[in-house]
Design a binder for this molecule. Structure first.
Ligand code: ADP
Ligand code: MG
Length: 657
């Protein structure tokens, strides 16, 4: 049911809920709190610790406006024993609700000398021991609104339980109904934990099911062994102007062997940013071409697709490979022209974004499908790719910096090739944290790099995904830098809202060293490769996850020059210090986890392999292992054919035996 038809959801609220990824009743109940507040009333008033206390309002509140953004609301209140003075800042709007005689709950600290309670929050309708769910929000929605919406609709929403009952019983898990109701509105922490356990298992069960099903399918899939002249492949490798690292060589070997085998390739090429995955994939594409087949390469962003086109074409063109690019922003006509040429086998390699999954795109003889930055897509996409064509070899590229054991589990359906070392001769990027008031030093160093003929990336955060804010921040920065550099340096902007041809033009100019400083949002996060860029300056660095910072920083350090990364932030931040310490994606992701200890593990949120609603790969790894074993048995026994939900998953893609 559409969210608009639910209680307490109007047109406006519906739009806000959409922003949180909630479109229907099912999304709503599966929108779990990310934490809970527990209101245990304090027994006595002790100075300087956070207290929760229920009081009665004894005097009309008085509001004083101190400065533009500062107001103070104060009143007297009585607790069991004494009368206290209460202040709270910047809540002038509460005044109308704070009526004499009303009981409210104060959260804050008490100073016995002044008999003053400084509240950080005032709550209405809270009872002792009450647990309050806390949800992620967007501007315009409050936690209370979300609570109200879920509460008023929970009863009437039909909750479908698709976990096979035998597994619920096996682990003594609570029912789906109870789990959903408790995850939102439980009376005890124990019920919350039981609800979590159930939902985590259920989620990992589905994930493992898909993976193990794919694995089983792929094991059976045969194809025609590919034949190609390995001498010619060597010629290409020798033309590169650098020699492959050992890991690159062995990865190339793995791929060539897969191509030559009559078993379908399902391989993941895993390597940190800058480890040189693209060239390995390119060699695979060439071998596939020599065997007489077409290839496709899918990238998560248009910018990256464009860049792959640019760099791969410059390698393969002279070897007779016809490379084309297809993007979502092309006109229908342009696309149709490409479809036609693909169908007629006039294109050997087609590079694009999701548009490659279009049903109208029919290859003449697709032999190799490559997905770059696979962690952005996830296991569901691995499903989609399966039914796309005959039975091509499949290669996934990923920089997911995760330990091998985890990788083996989340990519359990794939063979894995690792690139552990960076190309020879690379210098460690020097990373420095700078406060905003130290910007002069940074500007000075920027100028130095420009004088050396090098180029610079400047990145600003996307604030709350709010595009408008985003744009002003990059524009503002451009103005500021132009003033600082007296308009002597060519500075340009690139961001996700630009048209694709505008982006291409900017990227081209940057590649050709026409643009010296490129200011961008995180659109440059993935894959972009401009060797002459030696410096990256990231503003409001504290707003980024470490994994994102690592990916961003991976845009520099792509040649033998000494490169520098400045992280500008006025906050003291242990997380950012990790970036100063290390250039190793794996180390950084571990540290990130230790420091934050919750969700968003490896920094890959919202999309891709680790897009779990409630499970956390690291904390729940043991449950994942159980689910992994359970689903193997579930598949072997063919029990899933009796379960509508799982049967449906399986039926929704073609099985090509
Ligand atoms: P990633 O693994 O992050 O996708 P890329 O494939 O973009 O990395 O490679 C990073 C850069 O390193 C590219 O400019 C590429 O041409 C270069 N490169 C790749 N392999 C080598 C090598 N063996 N020696 C020197 N440079 C290399
Ligand atoms: Mg890459």
């Amino acid at each position: 049911m559409d969210i608009k038809n639910l209680h307490n959801v109007g047109e406006k609220t519906a739009k806000l809920l959409n922003k949180l990824g909630i479109y229907n009743d099912n999304d709503l109940i599966n929108f779990y709190p990310y934490k809970y507040n527990v209101y245990n009333f304090s027994k006595e008033y002790i100075d300087n610790i956070t207290l929760i206390t229920r009081v009665k309002i004894e005097s009309n509140p008085i509001v004083i406006y101190i400065k533009k953004n500062l107001n103070k609301l104060s009143f007297r209140a009585s607790s069991d024993k004494n009368i206290i003075n209460v202040v709270i800042f910047n809540r002038a709007f509460l005044k109308i609700n704070l009526l004499v005689g009303k009981e409210v709950t104060l959260i804050g600290k008490y100073d016995s000398k002044k008999n003053l309670f400084t509240a950080s929050d005032i709550k209405f309708n809270i009872v002792n021991g009450q647990i309050e769910p806390v949800y992620h929000l967007v501007k315009g929605l409050t936690n209370n609104i979300i609570i109200k919406i879920i509460k008023s609709n929970l009863e009437s929403i039909n909750i479908i339980d698709y976990l096979p009952i035998e597994y619920q019983n096996k682990y003594n898990l609570v029912s789906k109904n109870k789990a959903i109701s408790d995850i939102h509105f439980a009376c005890s922490l124990e019920s919350i934990n039981n609800a979590k356990k159930r939902l985590i298992y259920e989620e990992l069960f589905e994930f493992s099911f898909k993976m193990n099903y794919l694995k089983k399918l792929n094991q059976k899939k045969l194809k025609n062994a590919k034949k190609f002249d390995e001498e010619k492949v060597s010629l290409l490798i020798n033309s590169l102007g650098f020699s492959l690292t050992d890991d690159q060589k062995s990865s190339v070997n793995d791929i060539l062997n897969d191509l030559k085998s009559n078993k379908k390739m399902n391989r993941l090429l895993l390597g940190d940013v800058g480890s040189g995955k693209t060239i390995v994939a390119t060699i695979g594409i060439y071998a596939n071409f020599l065997s007489g087949y077409q290839s496709s390469l899918m990238a998560p962003t248009e910018l990256l697709a464009y860049q792959h086109y640019y760099s791969i074409n410059s390698i393969l063109d002279k070897f007779g490979v016809t490379v084309e690019l297809i993007t979502g922003s092309m006109t229908k006509k342009e696309k149709e022209k490409i479809y036609e040429r693909v169908k007629n086998n006039e294109i050997d390699l087609l590079i694009g974004t999701h548009s490659l999954l279009n049903d109208n795109l029919i290859f003449n003889n697709l032999g190799l499908v490559i997905t770059d930055e696979q962690h952005r897509f996830g296991v569901n996409q691995r499903f989609t790719l399966q039914d796309k064509s005959m039975s091509p070899d499949i290669l996934y590229l990923s920089a997911t910096p995760i330990p091998r054991t985890y990788a083996m589990t989340i990519y359990g359906d794939l063979d894995v090739s690792y690139i552990k070392t960076k190309p020879f001769g690379r210098k460690e990027i020097i990373t420095k944290l700078k406060k905003e008031n130290e910007i002069k030093e940074v500007l000075h160093d920027m100028l130095e790099q420009i004088k050396l003929g090098h180029q610079i990336y400047v990145v600003c955060p996307s604030i709350d995904q709010n595009e408008e804010n985003d744009l002003t921040s990059v524009n503002l920065l451009k103005d500021k830098l132009n003033i600082a550099f007296k308009n002597m340096i060519n500075i340009e902007i690139i961001h996700g809202k630009m048209k694709s041809n505008e982006k291409d033009a900017i990227m081209n100019d940057f590649k050709n060293n026409q643009i010296k400083i490129l200011i961008s949002t995180t659109v440059i996060e993935v894959g972009i490769d401009v060797k002459n860029a030696t410096m990256m300056v990231i503003f409001n660095a504290e707003r980024f996850g470490l994994a994102t910072l690592h990916q961003l920083r991976g845009r520099i350090g792509r040649n033998e020059l000494q490169c520098y990364c400045y992280l500008i932030s006025s906050f003291d931040n242990d997380r950012l210090k990790v970036m100063e310490e290390s250039n190793d994606g794996f180390f950084i992701s571990q540290k990130d986890f230790e420091l934050r200890g919750h969700g968003d593990l490896f920094g890959i949120k919202q999309s891709g392999d680790m897009n779990f609603k409630i499970a956390n790969l690291k904390n729940d790894y043991n449950i994942l292992l159980l689910a992994n074993e359970d689903t193997k048995k579930y598949i072997e026994s063919k029990e899933y054919l009796k379960n509508d939900y799982y049967k449906n998953i399986v039926d929704n893609f073609l099985i090509v035996d």
